[in-house]
Design a protein around this ligand. Sequence first.
Ligand code: CTP
Ligand code: MG
Length: 228
Amino acid sequence: MVSVIFPAAGQGKRMKAGINKVFLDLAGTPMLERTLRTFSSVSAVDELIVVTGAEEVKRLSAILAETPGLKPCRVVAGGSERQYSVRNGLDAVSAQNDIVLVHDAARPLVTPRTIEAVIAAARVHGAAVAAVPEKNTIKAVSQEGIVRSTPPRSSLWAVQTPQGFRRDLLLEANQKAEADGFLGTDDASLVERLGWPVHVVMSEYSNIKVTTPEDLLIAEAFLRQAQS
Ligand code: CTP
Ligand code: MG
């Protein structure tokens, strides 16, 4: 059985919209709702757990309860960092669910195909992340702005969400990170610290994270193309 945790408790500062960006409209549908609808269309998904700001929990629970077409959905309060929001989401996962996906609410263009592939790989390998081969040349740069190294591009993948794990593995990784004072920018990095192999699953370049205002334009362009 599969639970999906949606971190949606950020402030969307880089979007500069004055509200949490996951509530912004994208081609007529709020970003968060679009994301939840896509996951609800995947038959293997059993439960949705949305993590949002403490002050939004009541209002959002009421809205989502009235939104047709969603799988069973719970709303819980987030933390000051994404990693803490995921931890709060993990606490709310139903006991019988052995696979947990984490998906940023701010990636509304994820496809059912990618979701299904991550679930399948997480079942087989314990840990799997959606990713695409990197198109840019990436350099490691020092604090002083001097290039230190150029990792070969053929070994670089741009990692996205969903990221899927055996629930016990993600719980252990999240607890160890917190005990060690380690703050990761994604959930797989916490599992990597356990020495557990994390598998990549080929995703789509269109699965962007909506972060800055121009990302809204890009996301709407992808949606127009999908509808035509
Ligand atoms: N997130 C969260 N809890 C936090 C911080 C972020 O649940 N304390 C969520 C965001 O709502 C988003 C996802 O994690 O869906 C990815 O984070 P990001 O794109 O950085 O969103 P924000 O933190 O909202 O944006 P910004 O960093 O520009 O303020
Ligand atoms: Mg952030």
